[in-house]
Design a protein around this ligand. Structure first.
Ligand code: COA
Length: 326
């Protein structure tokens, strides 16, 4: 039992924030951001646009493109670190907005690898006889959690959404050839938004101390990201019993071009097999991989039967890699 990918779609907000715009907000420069991160611009959601809105725009576009009736969807798996509300789930807002009346719906909180965690969960759901369609979403409005006074983080993130519509299939045995998902909660303080949850509810004090925003120890996160994704990818390659030269496309989480480059070198992959679009969107967390996949499909880069290896790393820490046959 496996699944077909009926379609992948993405949406990014219209508003573009360039590095030059950021020069007017914090003490930074286009040169620093470009050289240290590879990012040139990112998208920012409108004031009243939420995470579920971004994902709904991506999903509704897809339903129109492939003439799909959303009332057929059995389950919605929604990956986000920036939910519309803490209670109720973003998946439920999304379900209402796209008219997926029959679907049960839930959020997963796994930060940047959320889409890969979600893909593994969706694969499990689709092994059940009575679940035929799963809609997987990865969407973020990180601009609301970013501290616009902190130049070490505010230049990195962007908003966006991606969705994948999956259908149970018996036509071939395995879509996911191998996978590796991991987490290390001991390192969670290296990338965290301290206030806003039960541990430290929102308060004037939290706001004054700017604890309601993303805090990150960049250098440590960088080192861990490279190491954890390298180990994870190597495990996936080993389990699939393939050589890295057999991989057709490597789709890494888009967090920093230097992380992607370090990984590529360690894994011995040629540049033309690695998909990069960080220059346009920055780090869109759980939306990063589906946005990249949609672009690759639009550009007719990915072909049926090819081996596509995706990898990601994020807050938690969480990480993961999934190898699929397209
Ligand atoms: N503009 C100008 N200077 C900046 C800056 C900015 N936006 N941000 C930081 N700096 C300065 C620092 O203050 C520091 O100055 P100092 O040497 O006078 O103290 C200097 O640049 C170097 O800072 P450092 O943190 O060592 O830079 P770096 O090369 O590690 O790059 C990151 C910083 C954040 C880009 C990098 O560490 C990174 O990408 N980390 C991982 C981020 C990530 O992947 N996060 C999400 C995981 S999903």
């Amino acid at each position: 039992m496996s699944f077909e990918i009926l379609g992948i779609s993405s949406y990014v907000p219209k508003k573009v924030l360039t590095n030059y715009d950021l020069e007017r907000i914090v003490d930074t420069s286009d040169q620093w951001i470009t050289e240290r991160t590879g990012i040139k611009e990112r998208r920012i959601a409108d004031e009243n646009e939420t995470t579920s809105d971004l994902a709904a725009k991506a999903a509704l576009k897809l339903f129109e493109e492939i003439s799909f009736n959303p009332s057929k969807i059995d389950a919605i798996v929604f990956a986000t670190a920036t939910p519309d509300n803490l209670i109720a789930s973003t998946a439920c807002s999304f379900q209402a907005k796209i008219g997926a009346r029959k679907a049960f719906a839930f959020d997963i909180s796994a930060a940047c690898p959320g889409f890969l965690y979600g893909l593994k969960i969706a694969d499990g759901l689709l092994r059940s006889d009575d679940i035929e369609y799963v809609l997987l979403a990865g969407a973020e409005t990180l601009s609301r959690y970013v501290d616009w006074l902190d130049r070490t983080t505010c230049v990195l993130f962007g908003d966006g959404a991606g969705v994948a519509l999956l259908k149970r299939s018996t036509s071939f045995n395995k879509r996911i050839l191998s996978w590796n998902l991991g987490a290390d909660g001991n390192l969670r303080d290296l990338l965290i938004m301290p206030a806003g949850g039960i541990a430290m509810p929102f308060s004037k004090n939290a706001l004054d101390k700017r604890l309601c925003y993303i805090k990150m120890k960049g250098r440590e996160v960088f080192k861990n990201a490279v190491l954890k994704m390298q180990n994870s990818v190597e495990d996936v390659i080993r389990k699939a019993k393939i050589k890295s030269s057999e991989i057709d496309w490597f789709v890494p989480h888009q967090a920093n071009i230097r992380i992607i480059e370090a990984l590529r070198e360690r894994l011995g992959l040629p540049k033309d097999k690695v998909y990069v679009n960080i220059n346009k969107y920055g780090n869109t967390s759980a939306a990063s991989i589906p946005i990249a996949l949609r672009e690759m499909l639009d550009r007719k880069l990915v072909k049926k039967g090819q081996l596509v290896l995706m990898t990601s790393f994020g807050a938690g820490f969480t990480w993961g890699s999934i190898l699929i046959r397209w």
